[in-house]
Design a protein around this ligand. Structure first.
Ligand SMILES: [Cu+2]
Length: 401
C-alpha cells in the first residue's frame, strides 16, 4: 500500500519529493497501472540509451569493440552459477591481504578494506563535487577489476535496479532475499526504532522511516563478515550520530536496516524516470540524484544507500563496507550512462562543481583535467576526468543490459 500511496503523491507533484505521504488510498487498479507504466517508461529510456550506445560503439575507432565489450547485468537476471561466482569473488577479496600500510590506516585487514579506507579518506572530496559521478565510476570499475584480476572472477559487476525492489526490498529472487545466492538479507529485527534523522548543514532535517531490520545480518554469504573500519559519521535511529576517524580496527558484524518504505519513497521507477527526464543539465542531474539540499529529497543515490541503511550502510564515509555498495553504485553509474546516451552530444563531457562537498571550503572547479586517485585501492591508478566520461573509451569497455 505504501508503494502505491507514495507513487500517488509523486504523480501529483511530478517529482519524487520527500513530502510526507498522507494518503491512505488503497492500491487501486489505476495506480497499479501507473507503477507498470513507470517501469515501462524506464525500460524504454534504457533501451533508447542502449541503441545510441551501440551505434556509437560501432562508429568508434578505439580499442573497445563489439567483440571485446563486456555487459553488466541486473542481479536478478544472473544465473545461479553467475551469482555464486560473484559472491565467491567478493569473499575472496575480503580474505586477501591489504595493501594499505597500517601506519596510514590502522584498521585495514583486507583488499576489500583498501577500498573502504580510500572512500573514507576521500568522502568530502567526492560527494556533492564535480567528481562525484566519474569518481564512483572509476572506483566501481576498479573493484570489478579487483574481483577479476586478484580473485579469478570472469563475470562483470552486477547492479541493483532499485525499482525492482520498491514494493518489497527483501523479495525472493532479488539481491537481498537472504538466501545463499543473495548479497545476504536484512539485519536481525529490532523493534520500536525511531526515524533516522539526516542533517546537512543548516538545511531542515530529513526524517527517514526506520527499516525492518537493524541488527546483524544473519543469513546468506555475508552473515559472518567482519566490518573492520568506521564509523565516521553514522546516524542512529532517534537522532544521535556516532562519530570517529573510522580508520582504527573496529571489527563487528555487518548490520542492515533494509526497509521497503525508503526504497518506495526515493528509489522507485517514478523517481528514476523523473531524474532522467526532467534534469537536463549536469548540475541538476547530479545534485537531484544525491538529494537537492533543502528539498527534503535524498535522491535515488540516498534512496539506495538508506534502503540498505544500518552500520556501515548509513555512514556516508564507510558505506562501501557493505558489499551491496557496489551493486548500488553499478545502478548509479547505469543511470548516468542512460542519461548521457539520451543526448550524447551535450551530456558526454560536461562537468559541474568543485573539489569540495557543496564547495565547502571553497575550492577550484573540477575540469576534464582534474586528476582522480583512489589511493591504495589500486596503486598508480591516478587518471584524468577526461578518461572517465565514456564507458567505451579511456580504460573502459563496458555496457549495460
Ligand atoms: Cu561514495
Amino acid at each position: 500500500m505504501r508503494v502505491c500511496s507514495s507513487l500517488n503523491a509523486t504523480l501529483l507533484t511530478g517529482a519524487a519529493y520527500a513530502a510526507p505521504v498522507t494518503t491512505d488510498d488503497a492500491c487501486s487498479p489505476a495506480i497499479e497501472r501507473d507503477i507498470n507504466e513507470f517501469q515501462a517508461a524506464f525500460e524504454e529510456l534504457a533501451a533508447t540509451a542502449k541503441a545510441v550506445h551501440t551505434a556509437s560503439l560501432a562508429n568508434s575507432t578505439g580499442t573497445c569493440t563489439v567483440d571485446n565489450i563486456v555487459i553488466r547485468k541486473e542481479w536478478s537476471t544472473l544465473s545461479s552459477t553467475e551469482k555464486s561466482a560473484y559472491i565467491d569473488a567478493v569473499l575472496c577479496v575480503q580474505n586477501s591481504a591489504a595493501l594499505t600500510p597500517t601506519s596510514l590506516i590502522p584498521g585495514v585487514r583486507s583488499r576489500f578494506d583498501d577500498f573502504v579506507g580510500t572512500h573514507i579518506n576521500q568522502t568530502l572530496n567526492i560527494h556533492y563535487t564535480g567528481t562525484f559521478l566519474a569518481w564512483h565510476r572509476w572506483f566501481t570499475y576498479n573493484y570489478e577489476q579487483l574481483l577479476k584480476n586478484e580473485c579469478g572472477y570472469t563475470g562483470t559487476q552486477p547492479y541493483w535496479n532499485w525499482g525492482l525492489t520498491a514494493d518489497n526490498t527483501t523479495k525472493s529472487g532479488q539481491l537481498f532475499d537472504g538466501s545463499e545466492l543473495s548479497m545476504s538479507g536484512n539485519g536481525e529485527f529490532i523493534a520500536n526504532k525511531s526515524d533516522l534523522q539526516l542533517t546537512l548543514g543548516s538545511y531542515p532535517i530529513v526524517y527517514l522511516p526506520a527499516g525492518d531490520g537493524g541488527g546483524c545480518v544473519t543469513s546468506g554469504p555475508f552473515a559472518n563478515m567482519s566490518v573492520n573500519l568506521g564509523p565516521v559519521s553514522l546516524p542512529l535511529n532517534g537522532g544521535d550520530v556516532e562519530t570517529g576517524t573510522g580508520l582504527d580496527y573496529n571489527p563487528r558484524c555487518l548490520e542492515r536496516d533494509l526497509g521497503t518504505e525508503v526504497n518506495a519513497l526515493y528509489a522507485n521507477f517514478t523517481s528514476i524516470v523523473d531524474l532522467i527526464t526532467s534534469r537536463t543539465n549536469i548540475y541538476d542531474f547530479q545534485t537531484w540524484m544525491q538529494g537537492y539540499p533543502g528539498s527534503g529529497s535524498i535522491g535515488v543515490h540516498g534512496g539506495g544507500h538508506f534502503t540498505i541503511a544500518g552500520n556501515p550502510g548509513a555512514d556516508v564515509f564507510t558505506s562501501p563496507g557493505d558489499p551491496a555498495f557496489y551493486l548500488h553504485h553499478g545502478m548509479i553509474d547505469r543511470v548516468w550512462w542512460i542519461w548521457q546516451n539520451l543526448d550524447l552530444e551535450t551530456r558526454q563531457n560536461p562537468i559541474s562543481g568543485t573539489g569540495t562537498f557543496l564547495n565547502y571550503p571553497e575550492s577550484a572547479n573540477t575540469t576534464l583535467d582534474t586528476v582522480i586517485d583512489i589511493g591504495y585501492a589500486v596503486l598508480g591508478a591516478s587518471i584524468a576526468m577526461s578518461e572517465l566520461m565514456s564507458t567505451i573509451s579511456g580504460p573502459f569497455c563496458y555496457t549495460y543490459e
